[in-house]
Every structure is written in C-alpha cells, then in structure tokens.
Design a protein around this ligand. Structure first.
Ligand code: URA
Length: 229
C-alpha cells in the first residue's frame, strides 16, 4: 500500500495531500527512517510514525456504543443527531456504519464497524443470531405472553415471527426478550400484539457481544481483541 494511503486510512485527520506535505517536511518515518516520498510502498508490518506518533495499523475499527435515546442509526439525517456523530474524529473512518439498527427511542448495544463481512455475520437473517432486549411495558406480562412468543407469534399484518424467549421481570412490568431475527420494530410490534405496548427498550446483547455495563448512554469504547472473535 502507498504510504499516503496507509496514513490517511488510519488517521481521519490526515489527508493524502497532507501526508505529501508532511513527507516534504521530513515529519513521516517508516521503521525509524525519514520517508521522502508519499508514494513509497509500506505494509501492515511497517512501523509508520507522523511527527513521532506511531500509527498502529488496524484493518477495521470496531466500536461498542451504548446508544442513547434521541439519536438515529442512519448514517445521515437532516434533523436528528446520528450515532456516527457520537464517534470522535480520531476513531472515525470512511465506511463506518451501525451494524444492526435500533429505533430512535431505543437504547443499548450498538456495534459500529467498517468490517462488512462481520456485520453480515451478525445481521444476516439466515444466521439467526440471538438479540437480547430489556423492555418495560404498559400493563402486566403473564406466562401466557411468554407461551405465545415461544410458540411463534403471527402479527396483525401477517408477519410470522420465529419463536422468541420472554423472561418476565419485576413482577410483570418488565421482561428480557430474546429474538433470533430482527424485523422492523419487532420487539415493540410483538409486545403490542399481546396488548402490552413497550414504554422503554434497551438492547443488551447480540450473539456473543454483550453491552459493557460500565458504558453510560452515549458512551463508547473500542471492542477488545477477544470480543472481536
Ligand atoms: N425492536 C424494536 O421494536 N425496536 C428496536 O429498536 C429494536 C428491536
């Protein structure tokens, strides 16, 4: 890969033309030697530094976010703040997107990445990755609701849901619900179909990835290496 591409792909704040300028000023080193040309070839194993600050090459970025309410998951929105706007510039990359959307008023686990194949693994309907949510509802959940979800609900519009697990919490006002698919507004639609509209919803996990309880709404952290699988 060219040196200017290497640097600009890893540092959102340094464009390729800036790399050329930095090379002219002798401020870029490769394996400790001043790089003269921005089109020099480098590999992922080379140690590249700009103004003495080493660039750790990462092919993809993985960010775990506790999505707050009031923020949308689309990559662009004229009116509302997007989850991408919560990512600090030094973590931002072209191609970063939320893998698995949450509604504007839903909180909780969101993975932001530029790794298309990983996102596909998590999101493909064929993979049936478990998604676990905490929900608070109007009214009281009963064992008959859990039984109906376990049997597989059919919604008013004919959508046939796969069997889902419902664990009743706090005497019936809340639940933990596990889906193996991710249709539009699915948790809200399923619980509304049982006459228990959702008043608060939070995603707790997606497959093996669980929301870090230390992250407050709006906070994020990079995924650890074991979490990246
Ligand atoms: N189900 C919903 O209804 N909303 C979400 O944001 C996620 C799952």
């Amino acid at each position: 890969m060219r040196l200017d591409k290497f640097v600009s792909s890893q540092r959102n704040d340094i464009s390729r033309s800036m790399v050329r300028e930095l090379c002219r000023k002798g401020q870029v080193t490769v394996n400790g030697k001043v790089a003269k040309a921005a089109d020099a070839k480098v590999s992922e194993n080379d140690i590249v530094a700009v103004k003495g600050v080493e660039i750790c090459y990462k092919k993809f970025v993985y960010i775990m976010m506790n999505k707050p309410q009031g923020v949308v998951c689309s990559t662009r929105d004229g009116e509302s703040k997007t989850v991408l706007e919560l990512v600090p510039p030094e973590m931002f990359r072209e191609g970063l997107f939320p893998a698995g959307r949450l509604d504007k008023d839903t909180e909780g686990l969101l993975l932001l990445t530029d790794d298309g194949p990983l996102a596909h693994e998590l999101l493909s309907p064929k993979k049936h990755v478990d998604k676990v949510y905490f929900a608070r509802v109007e009214g009281m959940l009963e064992q008959s609701d859990a039984a109906a979800l376990a049997a597989g609900l059919t919604l008013g519009d004919g959508l046939e849901c796969l069997p889902a697990d419902l664990e009743i919490l706090e005497g019936g006002s809340c639940c933990r619900i596990t889906l193996r698919e991710g249709k539009y507004h699915q948790v809200k639609r399923m619980l509304a179909a049982r006459g228990k509209p959702v008043t608060y919803l939070k995603r707790l996990s997606m497959g093996p990835l669980a929301l870090d309880p230390a992250l407050k709404p709006g906070e994020w952290r990079p995924l650890t290496v074991p979490e990246q699988g």
